[in-house]
Design a protein around this ligand. Sequence first.
Ligand code: NAD
Length: 261
Amino acid sequence: MGLMDGKRCLIMGVANQRSIAWGIAQALHREGAELAFSYVPDERMQRNLEKLLGELDGGERMLKLPCDVQKSEDIEALFGTLGEEWGTLDVFVHSIAFARQEDLGGNFSDIPWEGYALAMQVSAYSLVETGRHAKPLMDAAGGGSIMTLSYLAAERVVERYNVMAAAKAALECNMRYLAADFGPSNIRVNAISAGPIRTLAASAVKGISAFREIVEEKAPLRRNVTIGEVGNVGLFLASDLSRCITGETIHADNGYNILAM
Ligand code: NAD
C-alpha cells in the first residue's frame, strides 16, 4: 500500500531530469499516485518529458498536456482536459518560474516594468490563475493539496536574485491568501522553500555554484539538498500526513535559513 494510492496529481514544471518537479513526481509515483504532467508548448520540452516518463512504470500512458501559463486559454484547456479525463484532482504541484536574464543581476532599482511584470506573471500570478482552475476539480474530490516552490530570496536579500526575489515574495503571499480562500473547501496550499539546486531555471542566476559552496560550508547539516529530498517534502505535503498544515512555507534547505552571522 502506498501513501498516495488512488490520488490524482497534476505536476507543472518538469523540464528535464534535474527539475525539482521531477523529484516530486518520482516520490509521488513511488507511493502509488496517478500522475499527469504539463509542459511548455515546445517540441523539445515535449520530447524531454516523454523520454523522462519512459523511466516511470506506465509513464507512456500518463497525460502530457501543453500549457504556457502566460496564456489563459492554455490554462483553461489544461484543466478542461483534466476535468474530462479525471473529473477530480487531489494534488497540484506548481513548480514554475521565469525571468529575463537581464533582470537577474545588476541593480534592483534598474528593473524595468516589462521584466518585473513578466517575472510576476509567470512565477507568482500563475499560482493564482492555475489554483482557481484546480479548485473545482479538488472540490469534486472533497479537498486537495496545492504546493509551490519558493526560495529564501523571498525573505532575505540574496545577491543577484533581484526580480525573482520580488516574484517569490509575491508567490508566498499568494500561497497564504489562497490557503485562506480554499481552506473551508478542505484544500491546503503550501510552499517549499528549497535550497539552491543546479537546474535549468537556477542557471539563469549567475553564481549558483558559489551559493551551493556556501551552503555546504555553513548550513547546519553541511550539505546541499537534492531533488529527491525536496521530492519527499513534496510527498509529505501532498499526503494526508500533512493534513493539518496549510498556508505554510517549509524550508527544505538543510537549515540554511536559520543562520545570521
Ligand atoms: P526548472 O527549469 O527545471 O523548472 C522551471 C519550470 O518552469 C520549467 O519546467 C519551465 O518549463 C517552467 N516554465 C517557465 N516558464 C513557463 C511558462 N510560461 N509556462 C509554463 N511553465 C513555465 O528549474 P527548477 O529549479 O526545478 O524550478 C522549479 C521551481 O523551483 C521554480 O519555481 C524555482 O524558482 C524554484 N526553486 C528553485 C531552486 C533552485 O535552486 N533550483 C531553489 C528554490 C526554488
